[in-house]
Design a protein around this ligand. Structure first.
Ligand code: SF4
Length: 243
């Protein structure tokens, strides 16, 4: 299977479509192993929020190569429990290259000096605290791996295993995993849970924008509750010009 990294002109929608079809029925481990070890996909990082479901993907990656770069965007508005969990899970899995990304101080002073932008312009807040730091880090990579799954929200119902994301590819090896499959794998591997899951948070983002989810609600219903917003901008569009 021929693939070409960004230096050779980048990947595009045709590459994504071809790979999405090729891996549609293959297990997550096969896609991850090929992407991380074959050398055909260029430089690839994992993007992780160290949230409710993050442990399973990170464990699968650690089984293949603990040196894989892991990009963790610390927006400086995360729950303290998430900071603790990121350190704990890193140690537990023996991850060797977790990169903590933070917003640029100058940009925060210009765009969010009182740290209240989330309350009146969450898109603008996500832009400066998440999208910009991640875009800067991803400039050094040809592709990235996300832990998104189709069952998480109706907006993710058609998620392919591979997407085009500007000049790079985005891999979603867990796209077809159910919530039960994730739980079973976490139990099998005795992975430590995010401490807030037991308190009613099945999806965990920044503290001001995450609320508890009631029984029967979509797992991401607690994210930006009351706003017409379902994604932080990192995953908004496969054609997002930021990436
Ligand atoms: S999730 Fe909320 S606090 Fe975090 S960056 Fe987005 S708007 Fe800001």
């Amino acid at each position: 299977m021929a693939t070409r990294p960004a230096e050779a002109g980048g990947f595009g929608p045709a590459d994504a479509g071809f790979l999405a079809a090729a891996y549609a029925e293959r297990p997550a481990e096969a896609l991850l192993r090929d992407v991380l070890t074959s050398g055909r996909f260029g430089r690839v990082a994992v993007v992780s929020s160290f949230g409710a479901d993050s442990a399973v993907l990170l464990d699968l990656v650690a089984e293949i190569d603990r040196r894989t770069p892991i990009l963790f965007v610390n927006t400086l508005r995360l729950f303290p429990e998430t900071i603790f969990y990121a350190r704990d899970l890193t140690r537990h899995l023996g991850l060797l290259d977790v990169r903590w990304l933070v917003p640029e101080q100058e940009r925060l002073e210009a765009r969010d000096p009182r740290a209240l932008r989330w309350s009146y312009d969450p898109d603008g807040c996500c832009e400066v605290r998440k999208v910009e730091p991640l875009a800067a880090a991803l400039a050094h990579f040809d592709g990235w791996i996300s832990g998104r799954k189709r069952h998480q929200a109706w907006t993710r119902a058609d998620l392919p295993k591979v997407e085009a994301d500007g000049p790079r590819l985005k891999y979603n090896p867990l796209a077809d995993w159910t919530a039960e499959a994730v739980q079973a794998r976490a139990a099998l591997r005795a992975l430590p849970p995010h401490p807030l899951v037991a308190e009613g948070y099945p999806s965990i983002g920044c503290q001001p924008c995450t609320s508890r989810v009631q029984p029967g609600e979509d797992p991401r219903a607690g994210r930006w509750r009351g706003w017409d917003k379902t994604e932080c901008g990192i995953h908004q569009s496969v054609n997002d010009p930021v990436f």
